[in-house]
Write a protein that binds this ligand. Structure first.
Ligand code: ZN
Ligand code: ZN
Ligand code: FE
Length: 762
């Protein structure tokens, strides 16, 4: 081969890589790969992804392109690689270029990553210079989203900017053989963040915290995305104090355990559950109680599961290593307010709840709550998508105008959609107080800046009184699109299942504003992303006093007793001890008869409330979905399938109506006769599952559709979800549950964005 032929073999390619490729060790990986193949060129982070130019032997360049996707670091998620030929320049060395801030396509922000095995080993090796250093991280792990102030993702635009690297750290940063090569957020005990105890820098802060926790005190612990309130999960008195000061009713509290062996002392841990617990996202995982007396009763009263996580930062690992082995770790906030992430606010807001403060001097740029995951048949089902997941991109495939969806008023998240990619915010919370609404506004502004989105379309719920709807109305010069609540649920589930529709969508939840002015929540829709039809619904009932009945499920029980037994309803209620006073009962009866302040609702969530109270569970809801969660625990205790009760289906002009009043009557008789309540709860679940599958079968027969998506908050109930999935399959349909976003209102914004974007393309 002549020299000129060799020269012609020399090529140069420019590769643009989109996806999760920043903050996951991608550039160092590229550097090593290019060097291994003897290629020259450079790699740099830009706001539209990682751009690589490689030059050299033609076969090496194509091998590079292949191995780039095949051998990418575990945390990287490549959505797209585009390649173009460019003029070779004769460069023979490869360099990591500094980032540039040019515009266009959707930038990607990495999510926070739990401490990796190697960093954990560094922290526990006495001869390592990071021995016991609580802020150890590397290219593969550590804080990301919560410390990012702007893009591109480089140290000067993170809250690590004030910590100048020492000489030893600089050497690691520049050494391509080092795990910390070009990692942005790392440091060491010489140059990095430090621990504080009650506002003072203290070397023994962890020991002081461990001692205080062992003594039954409540300690506010600053972590990755905000403050937690911690106490010994086995100490009933400590827990009592925490609950009393925080005011959270009976809401279950998450715990953090030292290791899997500790978790196994009180929960069943399947292999799948273990994988999620130990994943880079390290969410809270709901696990079945196996030893109900191991932790204090107040951790998750009347429920069959605990929310458990493992220590996901070196700080947490070090603390749990010397503290009581399982700690309650609940968001540091006042009831339903946003998680506290600023040190000054922590002092004033948490000062009367916590006895002490364990904090540090690395600022948190973005607050972020822990994520929550359950397992359905071994598959993870997100119940809250936040730390570790937000704001990783979700492919939607719709290319419309830049869109913002503001979500709903409960479990709020919002969503930006651009170039076919959606990013969902972290968990914002319930928009029931000024603090949370303001937090939503700030978070939207931060995301707009970070992701360079200037929405042309703003999607919102149809409910005129939602705070989120009002927030959407503040945007000037945009197209506002109202999306019906359950259509949004359906669309979110479709995006999650990778379906464009039409599909059959079973949307069961608490309440959602219907197109006919009534309150929906037991809907079977035939829907695509643009439109929907209400093919079937639960028989409507009065919601006496509106909100009042949501807060007090006993009122809902009374409404169902009135519907089932007519004027004998109040007497029946007394007989089976539904805890309402005679006056309350008369008020409910009047509201139901007159319809005054008692809108019609088809909500399955409210049906669960009613039956749960009839079965002797909490008559008052101290957290959303409490009655349903308690009844699910009862049913779980008995086991499914059980023998179903009766139900009715009838065709009305506009839709199939299904009615579970026959089941309610049978349950009331069962309570009168002292039947086993767990069994009755299981039989109720079975009835609803059978009824749902039968309705779907009829709709499927009429429409020829076989894909069924399950969405809405009721499908957080795994006893119901698992059984409906089985029955759908038996009847020849394909059931789909969520896998990227929650079935509850935390996933609503994705569906709103998809609908608005699809409509904008018309
Ligand atoms: Zn690491
Ligand atoms: Zn250092
Ligand atoms: Fe909902």
């Amino acid at each position: 081969m002549s020299m000129s032929a060799v020269a012609q073999q020399r090529t140069r390619a420019r590769l643009t890589v989109k996806g999760v490729v920043q903050g996951v060790g991608f550039r160092p990986f590229v550097y090593r790969l290019a060097n291994a193949l003897g290629l020259g060129g450079w790699v740099k982070n830009t706001s539209r992804g990682v751009v690589i130019e490689v030059e050299g032997d033609k076969s090496a360049v194509s091998e590079f392109a292949q191995r780039l996707a095949a051998e990418a670091p575990v945390l990287a998620r490549i959505l797209e690689v585009t390649s173009e030929d460019v003029q070779p320049s004769g460069i023979t060395v490869f360099a990591i270029a500094s980032s540039e801030g040019e515009a266009v396509p959707m930038p990607i922000v990495p999510a926070d990553v739990a401490v990796c095995g190697e960093c954990a080993a560094d922290v526990s090796s006495p001869d390592n210079r990071r021995y016991h250093y609580p802020f150890t991280n590397c290219t593969n792990c550590g804080p990301r989203f919560t410390i990012v102030e702007g893009l591109p993702y480089d140290r000067p635009l993170t809250t690590m900017k004030t910590f100048a690297m020492c000489r030893a750290c600089k050497e690691e940063y520049h050494n391509s053989a080092d795990r910390r090569f070009h990692a942005q957020p790392f440091a060491c005990p010489v140059c990095g963040p430090a621990l504080y105890w009650d506002g003072e820098r203290k070397d023994d802060a962890l020991a002081l915290a461990a001692r205080s926790l062992a003594a039954g005190e409540v300690v506010a612990v600053k972590g990755l995305g905000g403050y937690h309130l911690a106490c010994d999960a086995r100490g009933a008195a400590a827990l009592e104090r925490l609950r009393e000061r925080k005011g959270r009713g009976k809401k279950p509290l998450a715990v953090m355990s030292r290791d899997i062996a500790e978790v196994r002392k009180f929960c069943g841990v399947s292999e799948e559950a273990r994988a999620v617990l130990e994943s880079p996202q390290s969410p809270i995982v709901l696990l079945e109680k196996t030893a109900p007396d191991y932790l204090a009763e107040g951790v998750a009263p009347r429920l069959h599961r605990y929310g458990v996580m493992l220590p996901y930062t070196p700080l947490h690992r070090l603390l749990l290593g010397i503290s009581p082995p399982t700690l309650v770790m609940t968001s540091g906030n006042l009831s339903e307010e946003p998680i506290v992430h600023e040190d000054a606010a922590a002092r004033s807001v948490l000062g009367h709840i916590a006895d002490h403060f364990l904090s540090h001097d690395r600022p948190i740029a973005v607050p972020c709550d822990d994520s929550v995951v359950a397992l359905v048949n071994g598959k993870p089902l997100p119940l809250r998508r936040s730390r570790g997941y937000a704001p990783l991109p979700i492919e939607v495939g719709l290319r419309g105008p830049e869109t913002l969806a503001v979500g709903g008023d409960q479990k709020n998240t919002f969503c930006l959609l651009r170039d076919g990619v959606a990013v969902l915010s972290q968990h914002i919370g319930d928009l029931e107080n000024v603090e949370t609404v303001e937090y939503l506004g700030r978070a939207i502004e931060h995301f707009k800046r970070l992701f360079e989105v200037e929405p042309k379309v703003v999607a919102h719920d149809l409910h005129p009184d939602y705070a989120s709807t009002r927030m959407a109305g503040l945007f000037q010069g945009v197209r506002l699109v109202g999306v019906q609540h359950h259509h949004a649920h359906a669309a979110g589930a479709m995006v999650d299942a990778g379906l464009n529709g039409p599909v059959i969508a079973v949307a069961y939840d608490g309440t959602g504003y219907g197109t006919d002015g009534t309150i929906w929540g037991g809907e079977v829709l035939v829907a695509d992303l643009r439109r929907f039809e209400r093919a079937a619904r639960l028989a409507s009932i009065r919601l006496p006093g509106g909100e009042a009945s949501i807060r007090k499920p006993a009122r809902m029980a009374a409404a169902y007793l009135l519907a089932a037994f007519g004027e004998k309803g109040p007497q029946t209620g007394r007989e089976i001890c539904v805890p309402l006073t005679d006056i309350e009962m008369r008020v409910v009866a009047h509201q139901c008869a007159s319809g005054l302040n008692a809108p019609l609702t088809s909500s399955v969530g409210r049906l669960f409330d009613a039956v749960s109270v009839i079965l002797g569970n909490s008559p008052v809801a101290t957290y959303e979905g409490q009655a349903a969660a308690e009844m699910e625990a009862q049913a779980y205790g008995h086991g499914i399938p059980a023998e179903p009760y009766g139900f009715e289906m009838r065709r009305e002009t506009e839709a199939i109506v299904f009615d579970l009043l026959p089941a309610v009557r049978e349950i009331v008789h069962g309570v009168r006769r002292g039947h086993n309540r767990a069994e009755m709860a299981a039989r109720f679940h079975e009835t609803l599952a059978q009824c749902t599958a039968e309705v779907c079968r009829q709709v499927s027969e009429e429409t020829g559709l076989a894909d069924v998506v399950l969405c809405g908050g009721v499908f957080q109930n795994l006893v119901l979800t698992g059984r409906v999935m089985e029955l759908l399959e038996e009847k020849g349909m394909r059931g789909h549950v969520h896998d990227d976003v929650p079935p509850n209102d935390g996933g609503l914004s994705l569906g709103q964005a998809a609908v608005a974007s699809a409509l904008a393309q018309e």
